[in-house]
Design a protein around this ligand. Structure first.
Ligand SMILES: C[C@H](O)[C@@H](O)CC(=O)C(=O)O
Ligand code: MG
Length: 433
């Protein structure tokens, strides 16, 4: 096949899955979410395409789709060599488009749109090189890798020269599971899921908290009885509390020895996280956050303030690979482990590449509980789903940054026209909007 040279088109679809029916994804703030994504395909002058997505939940996916469409002008007609040879510069052009930056900049809807487009470009590049993304990243020379990064607003924490120095394979990367501990699950379902996970070799778990303190204490006790104290157990409040409330609530859960409290409060409150960390670290509880941290500038401040102990980048909330790599390099400088957020639609498929990159080329270690989130939902829709063995992510071998959803799933779950949605509307499971 000829090498593609130019981008000839870009399409986007609104894909939603009815996860709210079984309360998958439920937490203290997202009571019954439908895991969704804006799904982008970048076409070229050959058959080779790049696929990318922005994970979202339910209504609002259409807004992200619209933002992606509005960025077409910056994508279609561009030469691939111009993009890939100067990726950092192109990333800046996309994120600082003077016609759209007012509704960002570099955050929220426009950044989700950026992530979908940028990740689709990386998928295309990795396919052109015939390598899975992680291999493309670890094989690049340092100069090439650093050229993909936009250092704007970051250079007081990490310079280009320091990034070049930071540059430093095999049996899989440790995962932890979220899918046993959704807030909407009954005790029976939790017991069933935990038992199944332990039988599959899982040793690291997360449970949702934040709705009712007494019930959290009861569920914490139940969870620990199921998994014992030799396994890792984390909790996640999804931004439910004010700062002092977070501290009090977590003191009550401290006897159950959570490794971390995730998103205790507003994802924008850096000093609030610091206060929580200062109160809880002496009890052995770390603070983790990042799945809604909007860009590298926020992460820089979290790191500079020592306000988090675990950094949880999200592959579709930051502006794609370029910005995620930038945050990995900064976190390595501050010696903070990155434990990427995953689950949703396609996030596990994406972040596994980052964890390998981190281990092989960035931090070079699994110490400090470096682990990657795993949730078992929706992988049946993926063209190349992750492989988990004995609780580890096994390195993906297929070329690309594969978030590809099967054509039949794209057809069935396109919202609201797909046959699966039409059927659920007819059955009265959801209202037509
Ligand atoms: C996307 C889910 O609704 C959210 O609860 C996920 C999350 O917080 C996590 O995986 O961590
Ligand atoms: Mg979370």
């Amino acid at each position: 096949m000829n090498e593609p040279t130019v981008i000839t088109g870009m399409t986007v679809k609104d894909i939603r899955f009815p996860t709210s029916l079984e309360k998958q994804g439920s937490d203290a703030m997202h009571i019954a979410p439908n895991f969704s994504c804006a799904y982008v395909v970048i076409q070229t002058d050959t058959d080779l395409e790049g696929h990318g997505n922005a994970f979202t939940e339910g209504r609002g996916t259409d807004v992200v789709c619209y933002a992606i469409t509005s960025m077409q002008k910056k994508v279609i007609g561009r030469k691939l060599s111009d993009i890939f040879n100067n990726f950092g510069t192109y990333w800046r052009e996309i994120t600082n488009d003077d016609q759209t930056r007012w509704i960002g900049p570099e955050k929220g809807v426009t950044h989700l749109a950026t992530a979908a487009i940028i990740n689709a470009l990386w998928d295309l590049w990795a396919k052109m090189e015939g390598k899975p993304l992680w291999k493309l990243l670890v094989d690049m020379d340092a100069e090439q890798l650093v050229n993909t990064i936009d250092f704007t607003y970051m250079s007081d924490a990490l310079t280009r020269d320091e990034a070049l120095e930071k540059d430093m394979l095999e049996s899989g990367h440790p995962s932890y599971t979220t899918s046993c501990g959704w807030l909407g699950y009954s005790d029976e379902r939790i017991t069933e899921e935990v038992t199944k996970a332990i039988a599959g070799g899982t040793t690291r778990f997360k449970m949702k908290v934040g709705k009712d303190l007494q019930d959290d204490i009861r569920r914490a006790k139940m969870f620990r009885e199921l998994i014992g104290y030799d396994k890792i157990w984390c909790v996640d409040a999804n931004q439910k509390w004010d700062v002092d409330e977070a501290i009090d609530w977590m003191k009550a859960l401290a006897p159950y020895k959570p490794l971390w409290i995730e998103e205790p409060t507003s994802p924008d409150d850096i000093l609030g996280h610091l206060k929580i960390a200062q109160a809880l670290n002496p009890l052995g509880i770390a603070v983790a956050t990042g799945e809604m941290c909007q860009n590298r500038v926020m992460f820089k401040q979290f790191l500079q303030a020592n306000a988090l102990q675990y950094c949880q980048i999200d592959a579709c909330r930051l502006g794609g690979v370029n910005e995620c790599i930038a945050v990995y390099l900064m976190a390595a400088k501050f010696d903070i482990p990155v434990c990427p957020h995953a689950g949703g639609v396609g996030l596990c498929e994406l972040v596994q590449h980052y964890s390998l990159f981190d281990y092989i080329r960035c931090s070079g270690t699994l110490e400090k509980n470096r682990m990657t989130e795993y949730a078992e939902h929706l992988h049946e829709h993926m063209l190349d789903p992750v492989t988990i063995k004995d609780g580890n992510y096994m390195p993906p071998k297929v070329a690309g940054f594969i978030v590809g959803i099967k054509p039949e799933s794209l057809r069935d779950y396109e919202y609201p026209v797909g046959p699966a949605w039409q059927k659920m509307f007819d059955q009265g499971l959801f209202e037509r909007e």
